[in-house]
Design a protein around this ligand. Structure first.
Ligand code: GDP
Ligand code: MG
Length: 178
């Protein structure tokens, strides 16, 4: 389901879910292109971007990253989008409790309707806006722990923890037995 590979080269479909404006597209562009553009309306559209990373055991993981073109506003379309995904990255904005609530909605939705072996990461983005923080770090940690997810706070703006996010996901992928 979403993971195609030989033992050493994995290829996985990754989707990002979360409210509009939390920084999903910026996280993708930071990871894939090393860029952050605060002025542009970045939305990648219907196609996907890919990025390959190498792990220490010489496994490579090619992420096929699906960004939404604002379809996150239409919950009914979501199943089309996350179908077959091996990884779901659920993003909220640490300055917005509303987006943290919405992230929890997405977790429940994926637990009900996602692939049973999906790897889920909970991401508190905009960690550079510490002075505006309204979601305490431990709320994210607690929720992720209760739901068996990986948790990290990131900043697409400063690049803080962006590579770590994808590396940690890669380490958690189920490996095909060889
Ligand atoms: P999306 O709707 O979830 O794809 O969100 P975008 O990636 O389009 O980002 C929405 C807005 O948040 C844009 O104005 C970005 O410049 C801003 N943004 C995204 N990531 C960060 C971040 O890590 N820190 C700050 N300060 N702003 C961010
Ligand atoms: Mg977007």
């Amino acid at each position: 389901s979403g993971g195609v590979a030989d033992a050493k080269n994995l290829r996985v479909k990754l989707v990002l879910l979360g409210d509009s404006g939390v920084g999903k597209s910026c996280i993708v562009l930071r990871f894939v292109r090393g860029q952050f553009d605060p002025t542009s309306k970045v939305t990648i559209g219907a196609s996907f971007l890919s990025q390959t990373i190498a792990l220490q055991d010489s496994t490579t993981v090619k992420f096929e990253i699906w960004d939404t073109a604002g379809q996150e506003r239409y919950a009914a379309l979501a199943p089309l989008y996350y179908r077959g995904a091996a990884v779901a990255v659920i993003v909220y904005d640490i300055t917005s409790p509303e987006t943290f609530n919405k992230a929890q909605y997405w977790v429940k939705e994926l637990q009900k309707h996602g692939s049973p072996d999906i790897v889920m990461a909970l991401v508190g983005n905009k960690a550079d806006l510490e002075e505006k923080r309204e979601v305490p770090t431990h709320d994210g940690i607690d929720y992720a722990e209760k739901n068996g997810m990986f948790f990290i706070e990131t900043s697409a703006k400063t690049a803080d923890n962006i590579n770590q996010l994808f590396e940690e996901i890669a380490k958690r992928l189920p490996r095909p037995s060889s």
